[in-house]
Design a protein around this ligand. Structure first.
Ligand code: SF4
Length: 900
């Protein structure tokens, strides 16, 4: 409720029928209207004329409407350009201008030109006298652009908003508009020359100009230093929360200087304190119990995002992430298809494409069928096909925005946007904001020529980006505001955050298209450090006059830099705010729930072992962590694959496997290897690598140069490996990337050998290719890290006399293995010599140990063992994708274990 005590004197003088109150923004004018109503109620006047309180800009527009409503007036046929229309005109002029550099960011330069045009008019800067010899090319170029802009406006009967004050001033001077008895100004720090001229014109017509001021002075002022911006926000959230608990009727203000940019952080901190239940999955979206002045770009609200992602299908291709958003959006198509579309998203990822075209999506949706070959998401599939037909009709066409709007609307209807479920309050407001933006897009016909489809989409995206969505909020005594919005509002308590030495005063930021000297000499906004210091000092003084209790704060460390307090608050005594947070919602729920402890380490025995699909990875996962094996092989839990540019580590490893498989299919035994000289061997290797690489050419971003580099890498590795194999005792390759079925402890397994060699004495030697780093310690203990080789060995227990990792990578090409016969190959160790290896000291016993260890792992898996028990938590869990599922972090925290 407005605190009218400060305004009583002013309101007593005010004649609502004849006077006008002007403010710098809508928030303040709303505040004055409410305060005036309160004032009248306090006087027991329940029927009274409302005060006319407008922001300066909206008052100008109203005057313009009044002027142009008179048909005989020369301005009657002119159109007042909207911000978007004006931007597009600037952009088109710059694009067409012969001297605009191709290196310029066109859209940013068009924005700078629009800003400079506004400065020129608002601050009455004379650019007609810029001399070619004295000014930069950019300044002279802007002068030329301005002439062209002015000419465009004349030819198209348009008026820019920057010119509005001068037009209204002229109309007042010529008595074409009525003037108020008195103009009360409230909340202005300064008047631009254009505004001052307008006020002077009104004064000459007999209007009295008066200021409304707040007669208040802060009695309690504190300064807090917070560790970082995040704890600063959390501190102010708790401070306001506690104040409201103690004094629910007090007016509390929180100022965040860069509120628009930090909106999400602010919302998170205040929600954590005021609305902790919003983190619950089923919590309805609703307006929070505090008033946040900054909105978010409409392009970022989910409902508009879904529409944009859908329209993006008109483009040749879109990113996989955007396609995923589209498939997973609840704002498209039938709600009943949402889950199936999620599976379609997984299928799409299996195609290994980073960019997805409309045709690929249609093909995927068509192939995603049930047993009767019917699409599993028919509504989405049919919608896509209709969307496609419309897109094809308009390919390579150029239309005005209003015509594109019809096409876009039809396409969105095809995809069932905004969905079939009822929208909640917030979504409904978002839909209204979307419609308003479409109306704005529709009005752009005035400012642009016919656009291509891609340009039309860019313009629509920009409109959505520029339009801010602000949810309607409940009336709240707590207001979170930016610096300009807070100016002039009275509070009982006010906390101003972010006042470090680099933020306050702000750094000057003159317009690059206007000469600096011109801006400084005319005292234009943001033109010099002195002006910014004065601006900051005035604002700081205003805060002192806005609340009885005032707090200033700053972060000690921000953006990894130590910060000092702003020089404007440095003299105040500093203390630390005691956050003393209350428990978070999750903790509260835990504290107030009756908990029952249930140890559930078994997922139920496997009923049909033959239905289990998998090989050595079941035993590897079981050894690493029983829950990991249970989740992956019984519940089929897995992550959605990330798609990389080029090849990932697994694909590079597969290439080495594949190339060696082809080489040994050709060579067959060590004798042929020995008979090949280096040139012949290089030829065999080259052919094998070419064949191996043929399979990856379809992948994203695999070009000729990439294949060339990969060939060189593989050639060197495979050749070096074969040189090592030449040093081995005679052998013949009998299994080369072959599969075999095996039963272990009742568990059927499919094992895939990289390689098994038959030695001269008829015994077998097992080789496992590794392109990473491997150690034979991975075979030791009751929970071996890499049970593949032990498994391959026991599968042919009677004949296998040794086994080894063939480590083939850029760092080392080497054999690491065990056998009692160390002559088999270089790098093979006798188990008796391996003192630090936790394995028996002779080969038959090693095999027996592996047999019992692996059988035991297989039996435990079949029995349903699912204990969350990582072998070494710090390393086993590091790359495990199941952390969110097994909740190991919570277990570690509850047990008070160390850093995992
Ligand atoms: S994250 Fe650790 S505890 Fe959880 S399943 Fe994976 S390995 Fe087991």
């Amino acid at each position: 409720m407005p605190d009218i005590i400060h305004f009583e004197n002013h309101f007593a003088k005010l004649d609502a029928e004849q006077d006008l109150v002007l403010t710098p923004n809508e928030r303040l004018s709303r505040f004055i209207r409410d305060a005036y109503s309160e004032y009248q109620a306090a006087q027991s006047n329940f029927a009274f004329v409302s005060v006319t309180a407008n922001s300066y800009q909206s008052w100008l527009v109203r005057q313009w409407q009044a002027l142009t409503s008179r048909r005989e007036h020369p301005s009657a046929g002119l159109s007042l350009l909207s911000v978007q229309q004006e931007f597009l005109v600037w952009q088109a002029l710059l694009e067409a201008h012969p001297e605009t550099s191709a290196l310029l960011n066109l859209s940013a330069t068009a924005q700078a030109a629009a800003d400079a045009w506004l400065l020129v008019h608002e601050w009455r800067l004379d650019i007609t006298s810029l001399k070619d010899s004295q000014h930069l090319q950019s300044h002279l170029l802007f002068r030329e652009w301005s002439y062209e802009f002015q000419q465009w406006c004349s030819e198209n009967d348009a008026l820019s908003r920057a010119q509005l004050p001068a037009v209204i001033e002229q109309a007042i001077v010529q008595r074409q508009l009525t003037t108020p008895r008195c103009v009360f100004l409230y909340g202005f720090d300064e008047h631009s020359p254009a505004m001052q001229a307008l006020l002077n014109a009104m004064q000459k017509r007999g209007s009295k100009i008066d200021d409304i001021t707040l007669d208040m002075q802060a009695g309690h002022v504190k300064r807090f230093a917070c560790a970082d911006p995040q704890s600063e926000l959390l501190s102010v959230a708790w401070w306001s929360y506690r104040l409201l608990q103690q004094q629910p009727n007090s007016r509390i203000g929180v100022v965040v200087p860069d509120l628009t940019a930090r909106r999400a952080q602010v919302l998170r901190s205040f929600n954590a304190v005021f609305e902790p239940s919003v983190i619950e999955p089923q919590a309805a979206t609703h307006a929070p119990g505090f008033n946040l002045s900054a909105g978010q770009p409409l392009a970022r609200v989910p409902l508009a995002q879904a529409a944009l992602a859908a329209l993006q299908l008109n483009q040749h291709q879109q990113t996989l992430d955007d396609t995923s958003k589209l498939l997973l959006s609840p704002f498209l198509g039938l709600h009943s298809e949402l889950q199936v579309r999620a599976q379609l998203d997984v299928n799409l990822r299996d195609r290994d494409e980073l960019q997805v075209g409309r045709q690929l999506l249609i093909t995927c949706a068509a192939e995603f069928c049930d047993a009767e070959q019917q699409p599993l998401c028919p509504n989405f599939y049919q919608g896509l096909k209709r969307f496609d037909q419309i897109a094809k009709l308009h390919t390579n066409k150029r239309y005005l925005p209003s015509e594109w709007l019809k096409v876009f609307t039809e396409q969105l209807q095809c995809l069932g946007w905004p969905g079939e479920r009822s929208l909640d309050t917030l979504e409904y407001q978002q839909l209204q904001a979307w419609q308003e933006t479409l109306n704005e897009f529709n009005s752009l016909d005035l400012a642009v020529a016919a656009l291509s489809l891609s340009d039309a989409l860019s313009v629509l995206r920009r409109c959505l980006q520029q339009n801010s969505f602000q949810a309607q909020t409940r009336k709240s005594p707590l207001q979170i505001l930016g610096i300009l919005e807070a100016a002039g509002l009275p509070f009982d308590y006010l906390w101003v955050t972010g006042l470090d030495d680099e933020t306050w005063p702000p750094a000057p930021s003159p317009n690059p298209l206007l000469p600096l000297s011109l801006q400084v000499s005319n005292n234009a906004p943001q033109s010099s450090a002195e002006r910014e210091a004065l601006y900051a000092s005035r604002h700081t003084q205003r805060w002192y006059e806005s609340a009885r209790h005032l707090v200033f704060s700053h972060a000690v460390v921000k953006d990894d830099k130590q910060r000092l307090p702003s020089p404007l608050i440095q003299s105040l005594d500093c203390s630390e705010f005691d956050i003393n947070t209350e428990p978070a919602l999750a903790q509260l729920q835990l504290q107030h729930s009756k908990l029952e402890v249930l140890t559930d380490n078994f997922g139920g025995a496997v009923r049909e072992p033959q239905a289990i699909k998998g090989g050595s990875s079941i035993l590897r996962d079981m050894a690493a962590c029983p829950f990991q094996a249970f989740a992956r092989h019984r519940l089929h839990a897995s992550t959605i694959a990330d798609i990389d540019i080029g090849l990932n580590a697994a694909e590079r490893g597969n290439l080495v496997h594949h190339a060696l498989e082809i080489v040994w299919r050709n060579l067959l035994d060590s004798k042929r290897l020995q008979n090949c000289d280096d040139t012949q061997l290089q030829k065999i290797v080259s052919a094998a690598i070419r064949a191996a690489l043929a399979g990856i050419r379809h992948k994203n971003f695999i070009g000729y140069r990439f294949v060339e580099l990969e060939t060189l890498r593989l050639q060197a590795l495979v050749f070096e490996w074969l040189q090592l194999e030449k040093q081995r005792a005679p052998f013949k390759v009998v299994f080369n990337e072959s599969r075999r079925q095996l039963q272990l402890g009742g568990l059927p397994l499919t094992i895939r050998y990289d390689r098994v060699d038959l030695l001269e004495d008829g015994s077998l030697f097992v080789i496992d290719y590794k392109t990473g780093i491997s150690h034979i310690n991975a075979w030791e203990g009751e929970r071996p890290d890499q049970p593949q080789v032990p498994l391959y060995a026991i599968a042919n227990r009677d004949k296998v006399v040794g086994a080894a990792f063939a480590q083939i990578n850029n760092r080392e090409v080497v054999l690491k293995g065990l056998s009692e016969n160390t002559e088999i190959a270089p790098g093979i160790k006798d188990p008796r010599d391996e003192k630090n290896l936790d394995l028996p000291k002779n080969w038959p016993e090693i095999l027996a140990h592996w047999q019992s260890t692996l059988e035991s792992l297989a039996s435990e898996f079949l029995a349903g063992k699912a204990t969350v028990d990582p072998k070494v938590a710090a390393t086993t869990c590091r790359y495990c994708e199941l952390r969110g599922f097994c909740r190991i972090r919570e277990t570690v925290r509850e047990n008070g274990e160390g850093n995992q």
